[in-house]
Design a protein around this ligand. Structure first.
Ligand code: HEM
Length: 489
């Protein structure tokens, strides 16, 4: 057999890559229309990209192309363009291809699944279990007990509230998925899996993203350490996902265990005539997607709320007064109060508008498209700039300021939650449960604590990653005088 050294492999890969690049180049050249205008600036790593894109879109238009990328990456910056393209055209329901994420097995995860029959089934399962009608009937006890648990933990706070919030939300999502409180080993593994995913998505980090043929290089080839890393990461992801799912099935067989997404879906769908191994597999992987989809997004929103309360004492006091007047001080607010607390509702909307948990959603298109004379080639990476839409000064006056009152006007601007959760056939299926949990946490913490800064107000300093949570900051949760009987302590 012909033996190839590293140089031989390199030459073959370079040749194949050149042919691939020529083919793409010819395809882009032959089209008559142009790509949207390029941003004439290289994005610096420390600057939040969504802010740079929003700035350029004011002069260049709704769609802009990011320079210095191997393939076209187009950013959609206005709601109108997002509605036209993402809501009305199913071609844009696709996700980009991330070779490294796929080597890690993440194509099983809902968020990475390409548009097609399997995705539709995954989303049907999610829409069934996390639908609006099931929020209070199926998930009411979980929402009540987990938000109460957060208030208890904040009351007894031994160490930083930041970790307390994050671990409460993680417990919430694991209880939602599997009906059990996770142990430290489970949480450690689940966080490691998310960390791997984050590493896999880092632009420019992996040669396999630019040279897809490296996908096929076996792990024993010198320099193919990424294959071994990915295979270990995939093993961890699969074993955690399968283990947690089968644990619920065993509990169900024994007639024990708590309500959960897995149990709810299995009980419901197993009575369908078409239910078989494929549907069981789908429920398993959908449940395995919830941790990465639901933890950072929800805790990022709650931490942003806390940061803004520590900075805006008067707004916080007004929110407390509303609860004291409408609900009283002898019980905790609950879902039945949501419609009677307009200022709390406005406050939550403004928290989301101010710092959306996912400022840039990622889509792709499975066929060539054109938008107002601009070309969007097939398989373009589409970044949807949710942040830009929520900071559009023609819609939200003084967008850099935190003003819940903007939603109390007679003709308020659109509810940010219409945009916050994404678009069309990829819109977040966890929106109802996320809204419900965030309402419980906001209303209950405001009713029992005064959130005060530790000296000077904490800075508005957010991480630059996929989910820009506030960077760790100091503040105090001072229990209000009626808090301890209210919390049963
Ligand atoms: C404040 C909290 C949350 C925010 C802001 C948020 C936002 C989003 C956004 C922007 C997307 C992408 C939409 C698009 O591509 O157009 C998404 C996808 C998704 N979210 Fe959420 N989310 C939150 C909480 C949750 C929760 C609690 C769950 C589940 C328990 C969840 C499950 C999912 C799933 C499974 C997807 C992937 C959907 C798909 O690819 O088809 N999310 N979310």
């Amino acid at each position: 057999m012909l033996e190839l050294g590293p140089q031989g492999w390199g030459a073959i890969l370079a040749l194949l890559w050149t042919l691939f690049a020529i083919r793409n180049w010819r395809r882009y050249r032959t089209s008559s229309s142009r790509l949207p205008p390029y941003i004439p600036e290289k994005i610096l790593p420390h600057e939040p990209q969504w802010i740079v894109y929003a700035r350029w879109s004011r002069t260049l238009g709704a769609l802009i192309t990011i320079p210095h990328m191997r393939r076209p990456v187009i950013v959609i910056n206005t709601r109108e363009a997002a509605d036209d393209l993402l809501t009305r055209n199913k071609s844009f329901a696709c996700r980009p291809y991330f070779p490294m994420a796929e080597l890690l097995g993440r194509q099983h995860n809902v968020g990475f699944t390409y548009y097609g029959e399997r995705l539709k089934k995954m989303r049907a399962v999610l829409h069934f279990s996390l639908s609006k009608r099931h929020i209070s009937t199926v998930w009411g006890d979980l929402l009540d007990s987990q938000s109460l648990c957060l208030c208890h933990d904040l009351f007894r706070l031994q160490q930083g509230f930041y970790d307390t919030v994050e671990s409460n939300v993680q417990t919430f999502i694991v209880r939602l998925a599997y009906g059990r409180t996770p142990d430290t080993k489970y949480l450690k593994d689940a966080q490691e899996i998310m960390h791997h995913t984050g590493q896999a998505l880092q632009p420019g980090r992996w040669a396999v993203d630019n040279y897809p043929l490296l996908w096929w290089v076996p792990s024993w080839v010198p320099g193919a350490g990424f294959q071994r890393w990915a295979s270990d990461g995939k093993e961890l992801f699969l074993s955690l996902t399968r283990g947690a799912f089968h644990h619920v099935k065993e509990e169900m067989a024994q007639g024990s265990g708590q309500n959960s997404f897995v149990r709810h879906c299995l009980l419901h769908f197993s009575t369908n005539p078409g239910f078989g191994p494929e549907m069981e597999d789908i429920v398993m992987y959908v449940a395995g997607s919830l941790f990465s989809a639901g933890t950072e997004t929800v805790s990022g929103s709650i931490l942003t709320f806390i940061l803004l309360m520590a900075r805006h004492e008067q707004i916080q006091e007004r929110a407390f007064q509303e609860i004291a007047t409408v609900v009283g001080l002898d019980r905790l607010p609950g879902p039945q109060d949501a419609d009677s607390l307009p200022f709390i509702n406005a406050l939550v909307q403004e928290v989301h508008r101010f710092n959306p948990s996912i400022p840039l959603a990622t889509h792709s298109n499975y066929q060539d498209e054109e938008y107002r004379g601009q070309r969007i080639p097939r398989k373009t990476w589409i970044l949807v700039n949710i942040w830009a839409m929520l900071h559009d000064e023609t819609v939200y006056e003084n967008p850099a300021d935190f003003i819940p009152d903007r939603f109390m006007q007679r003709n308020p601007p659109p509810d940010p939650r219409d945009l916050l959760y994404g678009f069309g056939r990829r819109r977040c299926p966890g929106a109802y449960i996320a809204n419900a949990f965030i309402f419980h946490v906001v209303a209950r913490t405001l009713s029992t604590f005064k959130i005060t800064p530790d000296g000077a107000p904490p800075p508005l300093d957010f991480a630059c990653g996929f989910v820009p949570s506030p960077k760790p900051f100091q503040c105090h949760f001072v229990p209000r005088s009626h808090a301890s009987p209210l919390l049963g302590l």
